[in-house]
Design a binder for this molecule. Sequence first.
Ligand SMILES: [Zn+2]
Length: 164
Amino acid sequence: MDMFDSFVNAAKDACDKAGKMTEEVVAISKLKLKCSQTKAEIEKAYGRLGKIVFDCKKSGVENDELVAVCVAEIQALIDQLEADTDQLMQLKKLIRCKSCGYANPIGSLYCNRCGAKLDPMPEPADEEEAAPGEEVPAEEAPTEEPQAPEEPAETAAEEPKTEE
Ligand SMILES: [Zn+2]
């Protein structure tokens, strides 16, 4: 009876782990997609703002309200992108530096690029006994784009079969 129970539990555990792994992969792809979409939205919003400012300057009519609406819209998108990027980093076991955006390997206390103190991870995934220090190196973070450590175009193209 005990043997059987532990067998069942082990099987269940393995299933849970497999399920979690897949969920994680799906969540990562979805977030990546969402981030690249948000980045595209931000670019578009910058374009709109530029057009508004251009028209204002050209016609000599100030339209601060419209500019403010646009700025607020862009800020909201940036905030959303930051939140999603943080979530993505967490799933990928990376910690994003709040001051420079660099993706640091989990377990880092200070940013490897700018030296700022990093927020500790809220829940360091307890479902796997990952060896600390053997995580993926944070090589994906481009140096000149602190706010966007992901490459949007590539990732989106790599995942053609995303549901929805
Ligand atoms: Zn930093």
